[in-house]
Design a protein around this ligand. Structure first.
Ligand SMILES: [Zn+2]
Ligand SMILES: [Zn+2]
Length: 154
């Protein structure tokens, strides 16, 4: 039995694989976060791209995501907090990802922001160029970025 890399203690085929194969959609930002971690560990690059806010997807560097996903050894994930109800369509997840690269162990703690669009959760990638605060939000809400998803990146 292959345990899921997200450390749920569940077999991969009952945990994140149905998300990676688009048979099921994460119902919470936390599930999306965990399934994205597992996607790095399982080199499911399409899933990492598809679960980023659609307006940001063209800014992602697929080759470097793929290289990073292969070169790191994925040692585990700890979710510290799931802030599920920041607004009706936003959530944050505070987590630490454990991985090793070139034989050295690293921990990466991050407070990630997620937005729900048409009932689906998406990761807002803070590493790509974000719009200016006064322009319409990347999530398509019709509000200014500042008053919507931008509130997490001030
Ligand atoms: Zn999983
Ligand atoms: Zn927004």
């Amino acid at each position: 039995m292959n345990l899921c890399p997200c450390q749920s203690e569940q077999p991969y085929e009952n945990c994140c694989q149905p998300y990676h194969q688009n048979h099921r959609q994460p119902e919470t930002a936390e599930q999306l976060m965990c399934s994205r971690y597992a996607a790095y560990a399982m080199q499911q690059i399409d899933y990492i791209i598809q679960t980023t806010v659609p307006a940001q997807q063209h800014q992602l560097d697929r080759a470097s995501i793929e290289q990073w996903s292969r070169s790191a050894q994925w040692l585990g994930l700890v979710v510290h907090r799931h802030l599920a109800k920041i607004s009706p369509s936003h959530a944050q997840v505070d987590f630490t990802a454990h991985f090793a690269e070139h034989g050295t162990a690293h921990q990466h703690r991050e407070l990630s922001a997620f937005v729900q669009i048409n009932g689906r959760w998406y990761f807002i990638d803070p590493t790509v160029a974000l719009p200016s605060m006064k322009t319409p939000c990347i999530c398509g809400s019709g509000r200014k970025f500042k008053a919507c998803c931008g509130q997490f990146f001030k």
